[in-house]
Design a protein. Structure first.
Length: 190
């Protein structure tokens, strides 16, 4: 076991951190990456750890969504707490899935995904024929992205739930208004 002495100038004179021999290379690499200032590296790591734990304890998790379609698809990540999910079928044999998240900054994130309604299709042959009919350039190939997930996705962030009202089904909005006022975790004294 090795010991590394760190001086912290903000009111606390010294702290000693004991590092196992197995982890010594990790600490040395951290010090190198921090420009020789191991204290700064440790403080940065602790800040990240505390922030992540506080979000987790408040009911938030890391949310990863995709946006766009085809080759323009992008992956986006943010901390959020899901308030609700709603799915419905459209008249053009699609399913729309709405997910609304609350972010730690008090915003509301709406993720909308449009995908094939597999129950409305009699089989893959019908699906390919329909896409070829819609776009002759797709003759001889499968529509991009439709076989494994959503065809089109979007993410919108709003400062208030009211700002999303026109973008989601009315029944879903009413459910969200009820859910938004509830705490993430209900503490029971039982």
């Amino acid at each position: 076991m090795c010991s590394i002495r760190m001086s912290i100038i903000v009111g606390v004179p010294n702290k000693t951190i004991y590092v196992s021999d197995d982890d010594l290379a990790l600490y040395e690499r951290a010090q190198e990456l921090a420009g020789g200032n191991l204290s700064a590296a440790v403080a940065r790591a602790l800040r990240h750890f505390v922030d992540a734990e506080e979000l987790t304890q408040a009911g938030y998790r890391e949310v990863t969504v995709r946006t766009g379609s085809g080759r323009a698809r992008r992956t986006k990540r943010f901390p959020g707490r899901i308030l609700g999910e709603w799915r419905h079928r459209t008249s053009d044999r699609q399913v729309e899935r709405f997910r609304v998240y609350r972010t730690p900054k008090g915003n509301f994130a709406l993720h909308l995904a449009k995908m094939p309604d597999w129950a409305a299709w009699s089989g893959p042959e019908t699906w390919v024929a329909e896409w070829r009919h819609r776009d002759p350039r797709l003759a001889g190939e499968h529509p991009p992205g439709c076989w494994w997930g959503p065809v089109d996705e979007a993410l919108e962030v709003a400062g208030a739930l009211e700002d999303l009202r026109e973008k989601i089904p009315p029944e879903f909005y009413e459910t969200l208004v009820t859910e938004a006022g509830r705490p993430a975790v209900e503490e029971l004294d039982i």
